[in-house]
Design a protein around this ligand. Structure first.
Ligand code: UGA
Ligand code: MN
Length: 352
């Protein structure tokens, strides 16, 4: 199935009703849709995993409490955040998502464009593991391809993170170009989904290959209008960030301009759903260069929207990393018939 710049719902885990993970997996095997998926039992099942013991251990760490640097510069809102993080500690991961719903803290809609390549599962696994630690989120994953990836579906279901999985394929005319708009179809599909379904909360674009300190999600959670922060490892110039002087936001800086009018890394901002819905024309701009302009800065400039950097922007909590695959994956070994009916054929599917 091919969906261009629109999306199909595969699974909206928040709307799922009953309680049978295993059934879910079976369901997938029998190629039924995920609509029958049952989130809550997934969570129950998770409780039996050792993962949670790890979380328990984690609880004894002082990690979150010791990060006072930022706290001291923060508003009340952020303190709230830390409080909720405390709550988080007292619950097991999957309960946490549940718990947070009752806590009336903003939901972060995390839009992740993704596509098939050898590091696909590796990147998505790492990101899922990060997002499992973040409360009150909805993960909108947009697959750039003709089909849903069953391994991604499995990962999403198993994570316990409320998610939506949609198809958003890059138009063929762009694919053939040198500067193809990577991830733009997925981001647009995600924005459309948010606009159609939600009135409040915060939107963030999280590419699947970046590296996230979970503190960044608490920084952005109380975004009203637009917020920005530094992103590390962007081009040789190192960083993309708002520029502050004497505590005031005076400009922004990006190591990679690429003909963009509003150059800022896609990982360096969040927008409130309210603002997004107010400015119905606000979108990522696909310019002649096929590079995209920043949604928040266009909003900020065009609407004089409430915008602010978070914290003092003197720390990096998100990194524009890339996964380099050491060896080219080839089908060579799999051609040998001796591997028929072995696990090797199954494993291969994870690499492509
Ligand atoms: C990225 C993107 O190319 C730009 O769209 C973005 O403006 C820029 O970074 C930024 O952050 O400002 P890069 O990191 O080199 O550059 O690109 P990728 O990580 O390969 O792709 C970005 C996202 O789009 C990833 O989540 C990736 O999985 C997805 N993607 C990439 C697709 O969905 N389809 C593709 O064909 C390629
Ligand atoms: Mn990337």
């Amino acid at each position: 199935m091919s969906v261009h710049y629109t999306q199909s719902l595969v699974a909206d885990s928040q709307t799922q009703k009953t309680h049978k993970t295993r059934k879910t997996h079976k369901t997938r095997k029998t190629q039924k849709t995920q609509k029958t998926q049952k989130t809550h039992k997934t969570r129950k099942t998770h409780k039996t995993h050792k993962t949670h013991k790890t979380h328990k251990t984690h609880k004894t760490h002082k990690t979150h409490k010791t990060h006072k640097t930022c706290k001291t510069q923060k508003t009340q809102k952020t303190q709230k955040t830390h409080k909720t993080r405390k709550t988080h500690k007292t619950h097991k991961t999957h309960k946490t998502h549940k718990t947070h719903k009752t806590h009336n803290i903003p939901t972060i809609y995390i839009i992740t464009p993704t596509y098939g390549r050898p590091a696909h599962m590796a990147d998505m696994t790492r990101l899922a593991s990060t997002l499992m630690l973040v409360k009150n989120i909805k993960w909108i994953v947009a697959e750039d391809g003709d089909n849903y990836n069953p391994f991604i579906k499995d990962l999403l279901e198993h994570s316990g993170i409320p998610f939506v999985y949609v198809l958003a394929k890059m138009p063929v005319k762009y694919r053939a170009t040198n500067n193809e708009p990577r991830g733009v179809a997925g981001r647009l599909a995600g924005l459309q989904w948010v606009r159609e379904h939600y009135a409040e909360g915060v939107v963030y674009f999280a590419d699947d290959d970046n590296s996230y300190d979970i503190r960044i999600f608490e920084e952005m959670r109380w975004t009203h209008g637009v917020s920005m922060w530094p992103v590390g490892l962007v081009t040789a110039l190192g960083v993309s960030t708002p520029i502050l002087q004497d505590g005031k936001w005076i400009d922004w800086y990006d190591g990679w301009i690429a003909k963009r009018k509003y150059a800022v890394d896609m990982a360096g901002f969040a927008v409130s759903v309210k603002l997004l819905n107010e400015v119905s024309t606000a979108n990522l701009l696909v310019r002649a260069s096929l590079r995209i302009d920043s949604l928040p800065l266009s909003l900020y400039v065009s609407r004089n929207a409430v915008g602010s950097p978070v914290c003092e922007c003197n720390k990096v909590y998100v990194w524009h990393t890339q996964t380099r695959v050491k060896h080219t994956v080839t089908v060579h070994t799999l051609e040998k018939s001796k591997y028929d009916s072995t696990n090797l054929r199954e494993l291969w599917k994870f690499m492509v």
